[in-house]
Design a protein around this ligand. Structure first.
Ligand SMILES: C[S@@+](CC[C@H](N)C(=O)[O-])C[C@H]1O[C@@H](n2cnc3c(N)ncnc32)[C@H](O)[C@@H]1O
Length: 253
């Protein structure tokens, strides 16, 4: 990890919970080449403007800023946005604007951004509302990258309990995910929180909203450029024979 980034991160050690600080450390311990190569493989470079929707601590935003002219990075968590901004400033990066905002109410005009990148976020809100909002802010022909969690992802959390800490119990996330999924399926628009979804339902939704599917595959596996960049999936395509994490590349028609 870059020295400036490490120093900046360590300032927040006593201010964040165990799980949150572990997450912040993990995402910056991953070599930035991993993020850069994955972005190149999905063609997220040479855009004038890209939105990183639900940017978290901003590691993807930084890689997006190296490949594109301007990045708007948003997250519902004001503390994440502040920390992400601090980390980018420690690296003297000047082409990212960080703003606190909800995924379903993005501070952008209609048809005003070239591409939307949203990693690990859309399943925390009403997915339809988020996709409608991405459709609103995107220019015609603009692309969205996002990913969803399937049943196999939930089984993995239950069985292997990855990243368990005193303040993060993966099994609780599984129980809440199933409850949220059911509530949203039954039309409870207000319900937010982790959900599980099925690839075929997401593809149907994408088409209903006015996007076309370019490609979908397991996490990290889409490569529209056919280059030989080394890639690192963070999650498996399947766990225990069921859908794990699926990524989608879609385009506004
Ligand atoms: C698993 S993290 C992923 C963060 C980042 N994209 C990454 O890959 O590290 C999910 C993020 O979604 C944000 N989030 C949750 N609900 C949101 C909402 N309604 N609008 C915007 N961001 C939201 C959280 O604050 C968190 O930073």
């Amino acid at each position: 990890m870059n020295m400036n980034v490490e120093e900046t991160i360590n300032k927040y050690k006593d201010k964040l919970g165990q799980n949150d600080f572990g997450f912040l450390n993990r995402v910056y311990q991953t070599n930035s080449k991993v993020y850069l190569n994955r972005l190149k493989n999905i063609g997220f470079e040479n855009y004038n403007s890209v939105l990183d929707a639900g940017c978290g601590y901003g590691q993807w935003s930084i890689s997006l800023s190296k490949l594109n002219s301007h990045v708007l990075a948003t997250d519902i968590s004001s503390s994440r946005v502040i920390i992400a901004d601090d980390i980018a400033k420690s690296q003297n990066i000047k082409n990212i604007d960080y703003k606190q905002s909800d995924l379903t109410n993005i501070p952008l005009k209609d048809n005003s951004v070239d591409a939307v990148f949203s990693f690990g976020v859309i399943f925390l809100v009403n997915i339809k509302d988020a996709l409608l909002e991405f459709h609103r802010v995107l220019n015609k022909g603009g692309r969205v990258y996002f990913n969803t969690n399937g049943l196999g992802w939930a089984l993995n959390l239950w069985h292997n309990e990855p990243n368990k800490t005193d303040d993060y119990i993966p099994r609780e996330t599984v129980v809440k995910s199933f409850k949220n999924t059911l509530l949203i399926e039954n039309g409870n628009k207000k319900e937010n929180g982790q959900q599980v979804s099925d690839k075929k339902d997401i593809i149907q939704l994408i088409e209903n909203i006015g996007f076309k599917l370019i490609e979908c595959d397991g996490d990290g596996l889409i490569n529209i450029t056919n280059n030989n960049n080394e890639i690192k999936p963070f999650f498996q395509k399947e766990y225990f024979g069921f859908e794990g994490v699926t990524e989608y590349l879609i385009e506004k028609i």
